[in-house]
Design a protein around this ligand. Structure first.
Ligand code: HMG
Ligand code: MG
Length: 294
């Protein structure tokens, strides 16, 4: 994974991964046009993001909103130093994402068996098996792979998830060779206390540098959850422009943590994000209009 933003000596920095074009637009009722997706990615690249999750190479029958994945990935503007990642569930997705020029790949499994079945039609174990050829192909293409652990705190079907279950899935992704693991509060109901317990369990399996925090904001505590994870050493966080998002297979999951709120939060603590907040607000206005029209 690319290094954090360069900052003056002594100043803390954080990497924000913008997931709006994927984790946001996958959940919009109206399918956003390819041209509008490309415009959104270009606007975000101009804000200074070094990493943007651009699309998902998943089945168009399952998520029609991402059906234009190959065209989006092929045509998206990277700007200076931007790396575009693609969410993939299996080898078929990895082959297509790499062919379209993805700079990073993200695989996704879950700490909840039921969510794994509902989201990808397979068990956690089967999902990990599907990742083996994905990791092999990414290694051949010399691109890094992030692994998501969805439902790391709560599952919409099973309720609270034990931190020990998250740790088990983390260990599997670590052993597979994931360069980063995103601990994800898919339905956004976590509290800082429960995030701390979950992250501590994950830290028994790998150092903080391997982890990212991915918090949805249903309960309005996503920023507090970021702080809880930050206190335990995490320095990579996901968010979506305009707070877009949700998961079509996670009923009750509201939007992702809003990127401008996250950037503002870190700015207030003198932590460098490398993001131009003015440009981000313009991108946000544009996306709000786009979604209103949906
Ligand atoms: P399946 O129906 O069990 O798969 O779906 P299959 O292997 O039987 O294939 C069925 C059809 O899908 C076939 O096409 C395949 O070619 C096609 P047909 O012959 O019927 O025309 N197919 C594909 N097409 C494009 N790209 C692919 C691909 N693979 C198979 N990669 C599958 C299994 C995993 C494909 C399906 O369940 C799926 O695509 N699920 C994705 C669901 C999804 O994207 N959910 C939202 C992700 S958000 C999330 O998970 C949480 C996260 O954001 C973190 C957080 O917030 O917590 C990551
Ligand atoms: Mg998400």
């Amino acid at each position: 994974m690319p290094p954090c933003t360069e900052t003056p000596a002594g100043q803390d920095s954080v990497t924000i991964l913008e997931v709006g074009p994927r984790d946001g637009l996958q959940n919009e009722k109206r399918i956003v046009s390819t041209e509008d997706k490309l415009k959104l990615i270009a606007l975000l690249a101009e804000c200074g993001f070094t990493r943007i999750e651009a699309t998902a190479f998943v089945s168009p029958k399952w998520v029609p909103q991402m059906a234009d994945h190959a065209e989006v990935m092929r045509r998206a503007s990277r700007g200076r130093g931007v790396r575009l990642s693609a969410l993939v569930p299996n080898e078929q997705g990895a082959i297509a994402a790499i062919a379209a020029g993805a700079d990073e790949i993200a695989v996704f499994t879950s700490a909840s068996e039921t969510f794994s079945q509902r989201n990808t039609n397979c068990s956690i174990d089967e999902s990990i098996g599907r990742f083996v050829p994905v990791l092999r192909r990414a290694s051949q293409a010399r691109i890094p792979v992030r692994g998501y652990v969805s439902c790391a705190v709560d599952c919409p079907y099973e309720g609270p998830i034990a931190p020990s279950q998250v740790a088990k899935v983390v260990a599997r992704l670590r052993d597979l060779g994931c360069a980063e693991i995103a601990l994800s509060d898919t339905i956004g109901r976590a509290t800082p206390e429960r995030v701390s317990e979950m992250v501590k369990a994950a830290l028994n399996e790998a150092p903080a540098t391997l982890f990212a925090g991915h918090f949805h904001d249903t309960g309005g505590l996503a920023l507090a959850n970021v702080d809880a994870a930050w206190a335990l050493g995490l320095r990579i966080f996901d968010s979506a422009v305009g707070g877009l998002g949700g998961c079509p297979y996670a009923p009750g999951a509201a939007g992702n943590l809003e990127t401008a709120a996250l950037v503002g939060h870190f700015a207030g603590r003198n932590i460098e994000t490398g993001i131009d907040l003015g440009r981000l607000r313009s991108a946000e206005e544009w996306v709000a209009q786009l979604v209103r029209e949906s």
